[in-house]
Design a protein around this ligand. Structure first.
Ligand SMILES: C[S@@+](CC[C@H](N)C(=O)[O-])C[C@H]1O[C@@H](n2cnc3c(N)ncnc32)[C@H](O)[C@@H]1O
Length: 284
């Protein structure tokens, strides 16, 4: 679905580029075409090689373009409504939404961590779409938004976020207030521990499935749930990191959804690896 040359064009002069803040635009146009080609190719790989040139500047732009292409391929309406649980400080789905709708979209998120929310506000203040981010658990999204009101729900690298939060809160970590990155190793270790002991069936799986179930209710019939996940090969060399588990989070979630009675049908796109992406159509 994603051609390297097209992605480069979108992020350096096209639809994604147009929606970036001036500073981000200036950073991306300084990068040579050869380096862009190398970096974009690497960022589209799963798992991603390490290191990747200019990854800090380019990664979110490439993810934004990936979602933009997904919206186009799904033929979503241009004045679309997008829901993204667990947005954190991360703007790719928002930029994709702004680009696809040319600023005419509604975007909703449920997010718990306050510091990441603040960080995100600074990145999106220039956008025209109607953006609403509620500081609450995504399990409660239907307390805030009407059922069947959304065209697509995007779980952008969010399976791990939901699981990590669900296993860390009962251990006393207030994930609404922590500095996320310095605590993430601990959260991932607890998640791995709970998978190994089987405890994940009681907490972690339940919360993630509740978030997915409420996203299904929130999304209209004929609409979609999209999941993506990525990891850098850098982590494969760390002794504490649960490499296989982390690589398997989409297949694990797929299995949990199959075992549920959710009214969804999975479909695939050629050349899009189901290990890292999952597309569900809502049929209710
Ligand atoms: C590191 S950010 C990730 C942002 C984005 N998903 C990404 O990977 O680029 C994780 C965010 O997910 C949020 N989160 C985790 N579980 C959540 C839940 N049950 N409800 C709402 N937000 C949640 C956290 O509070 C945090 O802000």
């Amino acid at each position: 679905m994603w051609e390297v040359d097209q992605v480069i064009q979108d992020i350096t002069e096209g639809t994604i580029f147009e929606k970036l803040q001036k500073q981000a635009q200036e950073a991306v146009i300084k990068i040579s075409h050869d380096e862009l080609k190398q970096a974009v190719t690497a960022l589209l790989c799963r798992p991603q090689p390490n290191p990747i040139l200019h990854a800090r500047i380019l990664s979110n732009l490439v993810y934004a373009d990936q979602y933009y292409e997904v919206f186009k391929t799904l033929e979503l309406p241009h004045q679309l409504t997008v829901y993204e649980p667990c947005v954190g400080g991360s703007d790719p789905v928002i930029i994709a939404t702004e680009a696809y709708s040319d600023g005419q979209a509604n975007y909703l998120s449920m997010n718990l961590n306050h510091l990441l929310h603040e960080e995100l506000q600074a990145k999106i203040s220039h956008l025209k779409s109607d953006i609403r981010i509620i500081d609450e658990n995504a399990q409660k999204v239907l307390n805030h938004f009407m059922p069947n009101s959304v065209d697509v729900s995007c779980f952008h690298h969010a399976i791990n976020d939901a699981l990590q939060t669900a296993v860390s809160e009962p251990r006393g970590m207030d994930t609404t207030r922590i500095e996320w990155w310095s605590n993430e190793r601990q959260m991932i270790e607890w998640m791995a521990e709970d998978f190994a002991s089987g405890l994940i069936e009681k907490r972690g799986k339940r919360e993630l499935m509740e978030i997915i179930k409420s996203a299904v209710e929130l999304t209209r019939s004929g609409g979609y749930l999209v999941f993506d996940h990525w990891v850098s090969l850098f982590y494969s060399g760390l002794d504490w990191f649960p490499w296989k588990l982390f690589c398997d989070l989409v297949p694990i979630t797929r299995q949990w959804i199959k075992e549920s009675d959710l009214p969804v049908t999975e479909f695939q796109f050629p050349n899009v690896d189901p290990q890292w992406w999952m597309f569900l159509r809502i049929e209710k």
